[in-house]
Every structure is written in structure tokens, then in C-alpha cells.
Design a binder for this molecule. Structure first.
Ligand code: HEC
Length: 155
């Protein structure tokens, strides 16, 4: 009898553990629907686009402190984006993501990580260059194009 009781208690503990780990171990998209995920990645890319234009404007004016703050924001957004391409979000809700993303997920993630790292490099180079335009092109804009040309539908 005692033996059985121990077993039941153990079973309940494991069930509880599993139950909670589903909710707490993978917090990013455990409760988000496919629609939520696709919409939030689109919103984040759009936000990065408008932020990039502001980075360009502030840098051109020589307002580097403001530009750098925005660069750090963009870098963080890229890191969030890494988690917004789970397997079940390959189609629907007007996604422009191409299937090749999931065929070569590691290469894709590496490009996203590079975009995030490059813009951090930019924070330390931007006020030390005579070629602001070229530096922004190289460490910010070129990463958009490198990724879009292969992984986003022509638009
Ligand atoms: C590593 C890949 C990658 C990088 C880097 C990247 N993008 Fe994208 N971008 C995508 C993909 C994939 C989509 C399509 C997402 C979807 O529709 O689900 C997208 C979509 C967009 C969209 C459309 C959002 C919408 O509302 O549909 C804009 C705008 C955009 N990107 C701008 C940028 C800009 C600007 C940069 C650089 C500053 C950039 N992206 C960097 C992969 C990337």
C-alpha cells in the first residue's frame, strides 16, 4: 500500500514538473499562435527599418549618442527575431518568408546574428570615421540586403 502511494506521489510530481516546464522553459512562443508570431516578426522588421532610417539621420547630423542608443535597440531586436521563426510559421498571414529559411536554418540564424553583431561594432566606429555613409552601408544596410535577397520574397 505504502509502495503504491509513493508511486502515485512520484507520478504527480513528474506530471507537475512537466506541466510547468512546458510553460516556463520555453517562454518565447509556447503560448503564441502562428498568427501572433508572424505578425510580431513583421512588426519588428518594420520597426528596425524605421529605426535604421533614424540611425542614418542622427549619424549624419553628428548626434552619435542618440544614434548609438538606437543601434543597440536594433541589435536587441535582431536577437528577438532569432526566436520568431519556429517550424510551424512557414506560411500564412501574408508572410514573405521563404521556405529556404527552414532548409538552412543555421545559415539563416548566422546572418541574423551577424546583423546584430555588426550594428554593435558600428557603435564603436561611427564617431571615428570620415566616411559615415559608407560605414552605415557596410555595417547596417548591407546586412538587410544580404538576407532579403535570399530569404525574403521579392516585394
Ligand atoms: C537575417 C535575415 C534578415 C535581416 C538581417 C533583415 N531582414 Fe528584413 N526580413 C527578413 C524576412 C525573412 C522577412 C519576411 C518576414 C515575414 O514576412 O514573415 C523580412 C521582412 C522585412 C520587412 C517587411 C515587414 C512587413 O511588415 O512585412 C521590412 C520592412 C524589413 N524586413 C526591413 C529590414 C531592414 C531595414 C533590415 C536591415 C536594417 C532588415 N530587414 C534585415 C529577413 C531579414
Amino acid at each position: 500500500m505504502h509502495y503504491l502511494l509513493n508511486h502515485i506521489i512520484k507520478f504527480i510530481k513528474i506530471t507537475l514538473l512537466l506541466f510547468f516546464s512546458v510553460f516556463f522553459v520555453s517562454p518565447v512562443n509556447a503560448e503564441l499562435t502562428v498568427e501572433d508570431i508572424i505578425k510580431s516578426r513583421k512588426a519588428l522588421f518594420s520597426k528596425n527599418y524605421s529605426t535604421a532610417k533614424r540611425v542614418q539621420a542622427f549619424s549624419t547630423k553628428g548626434d552619435f549618442e542618440k544614434a548609438k542608443k538606437l543601434m543597440i535597440e536594433m541589435s536587441e531586436n535582431y536577437k528577438v527575431l532569432l526566436d520568431l521563426f519556429p517550424e510551424n510559421t512557414q506560411e500564412g498571414f501574408k508572410t514573405e518568408a521563404l521556405l529556404i529559411i527552414w532548409e538552412e536554418k543555421d545559415t539563416y540564424n548566422a546572418l541574423m546574428q551577424k546583423a546584430s553583431d555588426d550594428i554593435i561594432k558600428l557603435t564603436s566606429l561611427i564617431d571615428n570615421t570620415n566616411d559615415i555613409r559608407g560605414t552605415l552601408q557596410q555595417l547596417m544596410w548591407s546586412n538587410c540586403k544580404a538576407c532579403h535577397s535570399k530569404y525574403r520574397m521579392p516585394h
